[in-house]
Design a protein around this ligand. Structure first.
Ligand code: ADP
Ligand code: MG
Length: 250
């Protein structure tokens, strides 16, 4: 039973191992050159296919997450900020809060790194195999309001509802009307106990009521958000990182 490499490659493709099919000639050459055992050869094939699949799945998770920018927490500057201690940063990066479905609320004035921390943690989650979805509050409300008649919104919201981690950036920067508040409540209710949520806001939860309008809905939303939550409070008089590092034009 002598097969040509081409025939073998076809069979690999039929078995849905197309990445390995492409690589097969190189793997065979290496096997011969290094006199691999049967076991080593088989292992190199499965390892190759698995690595390729993981890379593809990572790419898809990154795309679906819709991060507005990508910046690792490796570059988080601990000096000169009082949002996170080194220990808190390490603990957050371990993601046990995500495994235990805790929410994170990151509060504080503009420019102190709220969005950066949220995205940085989102990136860690993606590389650990979690599905993540990022949206600003403005985008989110827009998606919810157009879900009924825009297929695009439907698709996005489906991904969001199935994500392990949903990041909602800049919560309550705007007032919501009754319908928007209702839609938002239903989303939070769906995510509650199913996923973790990271919220960032420059308003304190006490002020959220004014933005949502309806006190009953506000209480219901807060109930669910605050049930299992870690609050990260950036100092009120924390100097904005943007301000400190702004380039002077003079
Ligand atoms: P916020 O969301 O609180 O308004 P951002 O997350 O947008 O602030 O941060 C503003 C800018 O400053 C971003 O470019 C961010 O990467 C940077 N930044 C903020 N805090 C830090 C930090 N501790 N280390 C490094 N860069 C930071
Ligand atoms: Mg921000």
């Amino acid at each position: 039973m002598k097969k040509t490499v081409n025939e073998l490659q076809d069979q690999f493709r039929q078995l849905r191992l197309s990445e390995t099919a492409e690589e097969l000639p190189q793997l065979l050459r290496e096997a011969e050159k290094s006199s691999w055992t049967y076991l080593e050869f088989l292992e190199s094939i499965t390892r190759y296919e698995l690595a390729k699949r993981e890379a593809k799945s990572f790419e898809k998770r990154m795309k679906w997450a819709r991060f507005p920018f990508v910046k690792s927490l490796d570059e988080f500057e601990l000096n000169g900020q009082n949002v996170l201690t080194a220990r808190q940063l390490t603990q957050l990066r371990e993601l046990s809060w995500l495994e235990q479905q805790y929410n994170l609320i990151i509060l504080g004035p503009p420019g102190i790194g709220k969005t950066y921390i949220a995205i940085g943690l989102g990136l860690e989650a993606v590389s650990r195999g979690f599905n993540v979805y990022f949206a600003t509050m403005g985008e989110l409300v827009q998606l919810l309001k157009t879900e009924e008649y825009l297929n695009k919104s439907k698709v996005q919201l489906k991904r969001m509802r199935n994500a392990d981690l949903v990041i909602i950036d800049d919560l309550m920067y705007m007032a919501m009307d009754q319908r928007e508040a209702n839609l938002f409540f239903h989303l939070i209710n769906h995510l509650y106990e199913r996923s973790s949520i990271i919220l960032t806001s420059n308003k304190s939860p006490e002020e959220w009521g004014n933005m949502i309008g309806d006190q009953g809905i506000t209480t219901a939303i807060l109930d669910r958000l605050l049930h299992r939550v870690e609050v990260i409070q950036g100092g009120e008089n924390e100097e904005s990182y943007r301000m400190k590092n702004r380039k002077s034009i003079f």
